[in-house]
Design a protein. Structure first.
Length: 451
């Protein structure tokens, strides 16, 4: 029977660099594997062969500087280089990583998924706790599966901050719009048919002023003025007439005064957030124009989406292949199979979920604007089987691979994006016909730029 491995850690105030130097004597380098947490961090000191001799626990941030001093002092006592290993777990390890780098310690990053998968392989036990994670991290580093940390350039840090600024408004906006849609479905469902609260500011402005169908009918003149101002005089008289008809013929549940107040506040907040997003988008569009990596892909997915991609993924042209970019977006496929059993295909969803959300919206716009892509989308088995999401993801995967080529100088051409042989003949003819009216072959079926 294999001997049970014991994981014992001591507090940092009970450990000195002299004790560590004694236990690590003869090593060519000191390997420090750190399990990152919000406050209670764990670290293992080991040798170049992947073995761990000491485990230490310390509180972050109160003992972070003492820990870094201990790491540096140990390296100096042995006169050998020090390599620190960390998992990219949120932002809890960022301050520690910066402090280590400032003291000349080399920092390497290791995937948390790889550590999780290696837990049972290491000692035959599937459990994974902080101390064991440190030991596994050190062993994986010895197998050369870690990567050296490279600080992002200043431009990418700025772009990430701009995207995060937009997300501060976008997330609560979606929450309020969902709430607003639910309220209208109960109290004024006809308005959802006439006006789109997700895409237009006009219904938000109308509801902020007159949240109830009765209020709209009683203050018709002011309601018309609100809709004209909100739409900048682009709303047609016929659509305004439909709004008043929906108010007069509504089958919704009558509102109490409290419900009116909730609906009014929800609409006001959604309108405020949408205006705030418009202001951020103007900054994003300007930044996209000034960023070389976004200029080539912006005509395909829009300036804001192109900036989100570059902020989270870096320049798309830097990836070795289109498949590598697809993998970085979390759109590569995974499958589980055994014998005759084949599991359902699914995307890995690795990386940023923000990237996939913006790519999802870009795919929807591409389907809307490009007849050839729309025909291919409708021909997918997922679409015909009633699962449109699978078909949309297929378009997303096609789009990401196309963006890699566009980032390297190719012209976007939807006729190269999809396999036309898979399309029914009638749909193919109908899709190609609008494109043949263009005399510019380089712009064949190119979707319009969207922001």
């Amino acid at each position: 029977m294999a001997k049970k491995i014991q994981y014992r850690a001591i507090s940092i105030d009970r450990l000195t660099s002299e004790m560590l130097a004694t236990s690590l004597a003869g090593t060519s380098k000191v390997v420090v594997a750190i399990d990152v947490a919000k406050t209670k961090m764990m670290a293992g000191f080991g040798r170049e062969d992947g073995s761990t001799t000491r485990l230490v626990k310390f509180n972050s941030p109160l003992e972070t500087r003492a820990f870094v001093d201990l790491v540096v002092a140990t390296g100096k006592a042995l006169s050998v280089p020090v390599e620190a290993l960390m998992e990219p777990t949120g932002t809890y390890g960022d301050a520690l990583r910066l402090l280590l780098l400032s003291q000349g310690v080399s920092v390497f990053m290791l995937s948390p998924k790889r550590v999780h998968d290696a837990a049972e392989v290491f000692d035959g036990v599937p459990s994974l706790h902080d101390a064991k994670a440190c030991v596994v991290i050190a062993r994986l580093h010895q197998q050369a599966v870690s990567r050296r940390y490279v600080e992002p350039n200043a431009q990418r840090v700025r772009l990430r901050a701009l995207v995060q600024h937009r997300e501060l408004y976008d997330k609560p906006l979606r929450l309020h719009l969902n709430h607003l849609e639910g309220l209208l479905s109960r109290h004024w469902p006809e308005l959802l048919v006439v006006l789109d609260v997700w895409r237009r500011k006009t219904p938000l402005a109308l509801l902020a002023a007159h949240p109830c169908p009765v209020d709209v009918l009683e203050h018709a003149t002011h309601a018309i003025e609100v809709m004209r101002l909100a739409s900048r005089n682009t709303m047609k008289d016929e659509q305004m007439r439909q709004v008043f008809e929906s108010a007069a013929q509504s089958v919704g549940v009558p509102m109490t005064e409290e419900v009116r107040q909730v609906l009014r506040i929800t609409a006001c907040e959604a309108l405020r957030l949408r205006n705030a997003i418009d202001g951020v988008d103007r900054v994003l569009e300007k930044a996209a124009q000034e960023t070389e990596a976004t200029r080539t892909i912006a005509p395909v997915v829009g300036r804001v989406t192109s900036l989100v991609l570059v902020a989270h993924l870096g320049p798309l042209s830097d990836y070795e292949s289109a498949a590598a970019l697809e993998k970085a977006c979390g759109l590569n496929l995974k499958i589980k199979s055994s014998g005759n059993y084949v599991g359902r295909l699914a995307i890995t969803k690795r990386g940023s979920g923000v990237v996939r959300r913006y790519l999802f919206l870009a795919a929807l716009r591409l389907i809307r604007d490009d007849a050839l892509v729309a025909a291919w989308f409708r021909s997918r088995a997922g679409y015909r089987g009633g699962n449109k999401l699978i078909a949309i993801v297929a378009v997303m995967r096609k789009l990401v691979r196309a963006l890699w080529h566009v980032a390297r100088g190719s012209v976007f051409d939807s006729s190269k994006l999809v396999d036309q042989r898979a399309l029914p003949k009638q749909e193919l003819v109908a899709a190609i016909a609008p494109c043949q009216t263009s005399h510019d072959s380089s712009a064949l079926c190119e979707p319009s730029a969207v922001l």
